[in-house]
Write a protein that binds this ligand. Structure first.
Ligand code: GCB
Length: 630
């Protein structure tokens, strides 16, 4: 059987199980009623070789992986295809298997807890068994999935989780890819190809948690915010509960708001009426959530302490961080708290050597430190949703995020793909809807938006995103020409990617100013909407100096940036231009290609997060745009 068949097996089942999922996906947080246990650490790992389906045929989920054959130890979270030096693992296409044993305390059963298993991200598709029972399937990496596994657990004993992970990308996956059969000295081989420009890292990329809740529990919370001219902050909330009430059982909910010094601001009690558990909370003398350097205090977060009480069950308590701010946009501006905001930012990647896309707090801390050092206030999660832990930093540091779904380089517009595309947006919006840092939803990066089917396809995607959240504008990073593009008409804000004097006329920085100014103006004239530049840049080898400047040298990257800045300054005076995001924050790994030296080198920082000359140049600009002396 081919790999193609096996991936579609994973995908078919996942589609059946995940489709009907209306449950919430709140981040697991410890509280008086909830215990959280991390399952991060070393897991058993095995490639599904030589037969791609051997794990299924031999039912590796029925016993310890190590009993089915030799295993290696793989860290979770990490990308398995970056950690090991074995080329077979790096280049593996198809299924791999993980398993781990873990202890579940007897006290959890005695307390009548419900136990959930939650994965932050497994790329690309996953099937999960607990003690031999198939419990979950998920397709589309970069997004969390979870399930109540109480009935599958053995309390007071060791339990086992087994995960099959498939990294194959096809024309019907998000993002898309294709398989190619080649002949090697050792016979036929299937390799993966894709057009997007980042490495297809795979594995269990983010933390795995077990967490408990009472039987009737807080399943989801929706929060939107506003404020009045006289400084009263308003929080509109809606609490969704899970679990069933016994007959006659009454449900109550109380909400306490704490400020960031943990001082109680407000207490309110709601009952479950026809409207459900929803209402409004007002906060006097509100501290608004502001982007970095837009106010003395940025990233101010309140905590909403939600307590769900039932007549006969244990109370559930969940603390949700909340920032109070408004977002508005017109046909020529983008406003935070009624003040025009200019985006000084980056395109980025979740990428670093050894860990791949594995979530790493040390790296995230360094990245936010550098973002603030350079004076940026924003970035786009190019080209997929980032870890929830990374998004927490954005909330707290006041960094604005253009939150992108994993649709990149789309060139077929089938119904099947549309379904998955919208599913990825549904999961993303459900996950990030309450974050003050999220200022826009990006529905795609560089699709073939001049294709004959692009218009109706993106109309559906945009309408769908709007029905899920109409409080934020939708955008996309477009690379198609202004004249032929069919996507811009469906957006609220136009983002465009353009590599003047790099892919077009390399070496000729003298073309940049007029080209960038012309193109941004054309986008605005065509759609009468705000415009920002979502990508521009030049690959640069750190340490390569050439005078006069030459492509790939540090001097060239600085010169190319300086020419863009001239265009941006003219555009800023025309008002509709709302931001600039250089490509890229740091160098990152890509597929092997003769046009890439160890990956994409357009970072202003190296992969090790050291500054290139361009970082200092950008720093001067971003601090001066923020009207601050550094
Ligand atoms: C683009 C893509 C991005 C690439 C970049 C480049 O337009 O959106 O994924 O990495 O160009 O450097 O070629």
């Amino acid at each position: 059987m081919t790999i193609m068949w096996c991936v579609s097996l994973v995908i078919c089942i996942s589609f059946l199980l995940t489709c009907a999922n209306t449950a919430g996906i709140l981040y697991p947080r410890e509280s008086e009623s909830r215990e959280v246990k991390s399952l991060d650490g070393m897991w058993n790992f095995r490639l599904s070789l030589p037969d791609p389906l051997v794990g299924f045929k031999e039912r590796w989920y029925m016993k310890d992986l190590s009993k089915s054959g030799p295993v290696i130890q793989m860290p979770v979270p990490s990308s398995y295809n970056d950690v090991m030096v074995d080329k077979k693992i790096r280049d593996h296409v198809g299924l791999v298997w993980y398993d781990k044993s873990f202890f579940v305390p007897e006290s959890w059963r005695q307390q009548g807890f419900r136990v959930c298993l939650r994965f932050g991200s497994v790329h690309y598709a996953a099937q999960v068994w607990v003690n031999t029972h198939l419990v979950m399937n998920h397709e589309i990496g970069h997004l969390p999935f979870q399930r109540d596994i109480t009935s599958n657990l053995k309390f007071g004993r060791l339990n086992r989780i087994t995960v099959a992970v498939d990294n194959v990308l096809l024309s019907t996956t998000i993002p898309q890819g294709s398989l190619q059969n080649i002949t090697t000295n050792n016979g036929p081989k299937t390799i993966q190809s894709y057009t997007f420009d980042f490495f297809n890292y795979a594995g269990i990329h983010r933390s795995v948690f077990l967490y408990t809740t009472p039987i009737v529990y807080i399943d989801d919370v929706d929060v939107t915010t506003d404020y009045t001219d006289d400084g009263v902050g308003i929080i509109y909330y809606k609490v969704q509960y899970g679990g069933s009430l016994s007959s006659g059982e009454v449900l109550n909910c109380s909400i306490t708001v704490f400020n960031n010094e943990n001082v109680r601001e407000k207490f309110t009690v709601i009952t479950n009426d026809a409207e459900g558990l929803s209402g409004t909370i007002e906060i006097e003398n509100v501290q608004l959530w502001w982007p970095y350097l837009m106010n003395e205090v940025s990233g101010y977060m309140y905590t909403l302490e939600i307590r769900l009480s039932t007549t006969w069950n244990m109370d559930d308590l969940y603390r949700l961080p909340v920032g109070i701010r408004t977002i508005k946009w017109t046909n020529s501006s983008f406003l935070i708290n009624n003040k025009p905001a200019y985006l000084r930012g980056f395109g980025r990647h979740e990428d670093s050597d050894i860990r791949g896309k594995g979530m790493d707090y040390a790296l995230v801390t360094r990245d936010y430190d550098l973002i603030k050092w350079i004076g940026a206030n924003s970035y786009r999660t190019s080209h997929y949703p980032y870890a929830e832990e990374i998004m927490d930093f954005a909330d707290k540091h006041g960094i604005m995020v253009v939150d992108e779904c994993p649709s990149v380089d789309t060139d077929n517009f089938s119904d099947k793909l549309l379904k998955k595309h919208t599913m990825s947006l549904a999961e993303l919006i459900k996950r990030d809807k309450n974050r003050p840092s999220v200022i826009m939803w990006s529905i795609a990066n560089e699709p073939r938006s001049d294709h004959k089917d692009a218009d109706s396809y993106f109309k559906s995607v945009a309408i769908y995103a709007k029905t899920l959240d109409n409080t934020r504008p939708i955008t996309a990073a477009i690379a198609t020409n202004v004249e032929t593009d069919q996507l811009g008409q469906h957006l609220d804000i136009i983002g465009f990617n353009r590599y003047s004097a790099w892919y077009t006329l390399p070496g000729h920085t003298e073309i940049i100013k007029s080209r960038v100014e012309d193109e941004a103006t054309k986008w605005h004239v065509k759609h009468n909407k705000p415009v920002f530049m979502t990508e521009y840049g030049a690959d640069t080898m750190p340490g390569l100096h050439m005078n006069p400047s030459f492509v790939w040298s540090e001097e060239y990257q600085v010169e190319l940036m300086a020419e863009h800045f001239k265009a941006f300054d003219i555009l800023r005076s025309k008002k509709f231009f709302i931001g600039e995001m250089i490509w890229n924050f740091a160098d990152f790994k890509t597929e092997q290609s003769v046009t890439r030296v160890g990956g994409n080198r357009k970072g202003v920082f190296t992969r090790q997060r050291e500054p290139k000359a361009s970082a200092h140049h950008l720093r001067k600009r971003y601090w001066s745009l923020a009207n601050r002396l550094d």
